[in-house]
Design a protein around this ligand. Structure first.
Ligand code: TNX
Length: 521
């Protein structure tokens, strides 16, 4: 935003509590003050566009523009009752037109940026690439009244503040991880998780698919991984797993929302579910018992047996065939039951296997103890020395510092869910950090992306997920999207306060932090 426009913008921010705007009492207040992540450049004007049944969406630039427009029309239908017509046309002359155009030319917007121009009687959204249109749609959605999120028809006037937004992300990779191994979550739950990421313009979903307590992805060449290894979870419940067909369904669902899936098979530690399924993966040839506790660091694949690498080759081959994204996550964390002299050659061999199957490696920061292959990414979670070592080897870093970015950390000592081994993370602490300056030796150009992981030792259902994820996830999305110089907790907390009613309309059970003055609709 230019300095020239700052006063108007601030005016809109505080519109709810002041009379500095030119709205009349009947005109609903513009809702620019609730958009998360904060767009890069906003020039507000003091009018409103009103959606009504005459609104029609025209698209130009091809099938993807039309698909995205249709997603938008479908999304707003339940609350508005409008069945907006989507047509491929360059004619934007009619009042009420919402135009989505793909230019193909990245220019300054890049592959994920968009330009949104809202006037009194039309909306123009342009982007170079489909992802940009999709993010522009998320902004329009957040500019509409909160009740747009309702699944039931609302009697509302569907207005949007006029103005111009030019927006693009600071980081190219913005994501979250869901641990489906400690507790299993249905495909439907995982899709809802994907919806959350998409809503905040996040583009990466890290799927933690195996751990001591459960193996969750069907591997056809090693069927007992799921029939045995998938049969329990923390607390001893029945667990579960995804068939390869379901996995592909999720990949498609994510990719329709511009989200790349990074699947993780954690090894050589965190492997009890595999060790319980196949005796030959153990050094003593005897299967372990299934495990439903929450200890870490006690299991290891047998690193000096050939069968172990045959197993890994099969798993990586099947997973690589199912996964369009460039990266496969090999875990590598907390391998306390693997000797260091075994761990290093193990990780080197696994990197070679991943490469053989035409994928790139990402692993937790410990993998930097080995010799990282070109384009490997180390995920900083705990050990800054490992991460700096990765940088020195030329690797990039996925930033997930446990004490700042772990969604399973309790908010404070009274939190009903979560752990606190790394920190208590209140909503302001989750927001108030800068990936570029957090660790000496890791700077902007070394960063691959930002990721907030949710481990599920204490999380058993979707309500639990929502309570830990919200309201911290929007803050992580903003860290990834908005340049650090434009981020400020005092301003953000006002937007978040306004945003709370939207979460409620989305039927999200969120933590009502006392550090935010939540507003009603
Ligand atoms: C550490 S983070 C782990 C996980 C646990 C998590 C709980 C990481 C790479 N390893 O196995 O679930 O702590 O917060």
């Amino acid at each position: 935003m230019s300095a020239r426009n700052l006063p108007i913008f601030l005016c809109l921010f505080i519109v709810a509590i002041s009379s500095c705007n030119q709205q009349t009492a009947e005109t609903p207040a513009p809702t620019l003050n609730a958009v998360i992540p904060l767009p890069l450049d906003v020039v507000a004007s003091s009018d409103v566009f009103t959606f009504d049944t005459n609104a029609a969406i025209v698209t130009s630039g091809g099938a993807e523009a039309t698909r995205i427009a249709t997603m938008f029309a479908d999304m707003i239908q339940p609350a508005t009752g409008f069945k907006l017509i989507v047509s491929e046309s360059a004619d934007t002359s009619k009042a009420g037109t919402i135009s989505l155009a793909l230019t193909g030319n990245e220019g300054t917007l890049g592959a994920e940026g968009y330009e949104l121009n809202i006037t009194k009687d039309k909306i123009f959204l342009i982007a170079a690439k489909p992802a940009g249109l999709f993010y522009g749609i998320q902004t329009i959605r957040q500019l509409l009244p909160h009740s747009i999120e309702s699944s039931k028809k609302q009697n509302n006037s569907w207005t949007i503040a006029t103005g111009k937004i030019v927006d693009k992300p600071e980081y190219g990779v913005r994501g979250s991880m869901l641990d489906v191994a400690r507790h299993f979550f249905s495909l439907e739950d995982v899709k809802r998780y994907i919806d959350f990421l998409a809503f905040y313009k996040m583009n990466t979903f890290h799927w933690h698919l195996s751990d001591d307590q459960g193996w969750r992805i069907e591997i056809k060449s090693w069927p007992k991984l799921t029939s045995t290894g998938g049969s329990t979870q923390v607390g001893g419940g029945k667990g579960g797993f995804y068939t390869q067909e379901q996995y592909k369904e999720l990949i498609k669902y994510a990719s329709d929302r511009f989200i790349t899936v990074i699947p993780e098979i954690d090894m050589p530690g965190h492997t009890n579910a595999a060790l319980a399924s196949y005796p030959e993966l153990n050094c003593n040839d005897s299967a372990t018992k299934l495990y439903s506790g929450t200890e870490v660091g006690f299991s290891s694949l047998c690193t000096n047996k050939d069968i172990t690498y045959k197993f890994i080759d099969d798993v990586i081959r099947e997973l690589a065939e199912l996964t369009p994204g460039a990266y496969l996550h090999i875990g590598g964390d907390e391998s306390h039951a693997t000797k260091k002299e075994d761990y290093i050659p193990f990780v080197n061999k696994v990197q070679a296997i991943v490469k053989k199957h035409n994928k790139l490696v990402i692993g937790w920061d410990e993998i930097a103890l080995s010799t990282l292959t070109p384009n490997s990414v180390a995920q900083y979670w705990a050990d800054s020395a490992n991460s700096v070592n990765a940088v020195k080897q030329g690797a990039k870093i996925m930033m997930s510092p446990a004490a700042k970015a772990y969604l399973d950390m309790q908010y404070d000592s009274t939190s009903k869910l979560g752990l606190h081994w790394a920190a208590y993370i209140e909503v302001d602490q989750a927001y108030n950090w800068n990936p570029e300056t957090l660790v000496k030796g890791i700077s902007k150009e070394n960063i691959y992306g930002i990721e907030a992981p949710l481990w599920s030792e204490t999380v058993t259902n979707m309500n639990d997920i929502e309570w830990l994820v919200f309201p911290r996830l929007p803050g992580y999305a903003e860290i990834g999207w908005t340049p650090s110089g434009k981020r400020n907790w005092d301003e953000y907390k006002t937007r978040l306060a306004n945003h709370g009613a939207r979460l409620t309309a989305m039927d999200i059970d969120f933590y009502k932090s006392k550090r935010v003055e939540w507003k009603g609709e």
